[in-house]
Design a protein. Structure first.
Length: 208
């Protein structure tokens, strides 16, 4: 429940550069989520029903209160039976914050590595930027190693982008494997993050 509320809160932060049509679609979807949330909330914490009923129906959905523990002071949380929910919310917030900090650290490491590589490459290749030809739509073509040969394939050759940098000198199958490996790294990192979230939620559910 609390995890769902935090997700709704994030959706309430509509992007400032969102166009009018997209913003309206987001508000409509958010309105439905809020209706669902308050129904579930009434079952789980009936003590907040009077507060929910008194909410201003004319307020924009991005400003509507969810009536979660942080919307009440300590005395109100105690009276409404929201103390356990407030602890759960705090732990989930800490989990998200820790994940965000870890993401920042990884991004900084990545940026530092890129800067170091760029600096080294600039020193080694100074004055050779003109070696790169212009990039055109036709340069996006690459032979698919997984497909059978077809008539006319012999006349088609891979463009220059497949012979630069780390892809230089690789066979078609090696290039495919190299690029697939990069996708695997991203997939496994995303999968690991998902499992961390699931584990965190399961721990919190066991505690409460």
């Amino acid at each position: 429940m609390i995890h769902k509320a935090l997700n709704i809160q994030e959706k309430q932060l509509l992007e400032g550069n969102t166009n009018l049509e997209d913003a309206q679609k987001k508000r409509t979807a958010l309105s439905l989520e809020l209706q669902w949330w308050h129904k579930q909330q009434a079952k789980a914490t009936p003590g907040v029903i009077p507060t929910v009923v008194q909410l201003d129906p004319n307020v924009k959905v991005e400003h509507e209160k969810l009536c979660i523990p942080s919307d009440f002071d300590l005395m109100e949380r105690t009276t409404l039976g929201l103390l356990e929910a407030s602890i759960c919310k705090m732990k989930l917030r800490e989990g998200k914050a820790n994940l965000a900090v870890a993401g920042i650290c990884n991004a900084l490491r990545h940026e530092n590595l890129l800067l170091a590589t760029k600096s080294q490459h600039t020193k080694e290749k100074d004055g050779k930027i003109d070696d790169y030809p212009s990039l055109h739509e036709k340069d996006m073509y690459q032979k698919d190693a997984a497909k059978s040969r077809e008539l006319g394939d012999g006349k088609m050759t891979d463009s220059w982008i497949w012979s630069y940098g780390r892809l230089r000198g690789m066979s078609v199958s090696d290039k495919t494997e190299f690029l697939a490996q990069a996708d695997r790294v991203h997939w496994f990192r995303t999968r690991a993050a998902m499992f961390r979230w699931i584990e965190e939620v399961e721990i919190l559910e066991e505690e409460f």
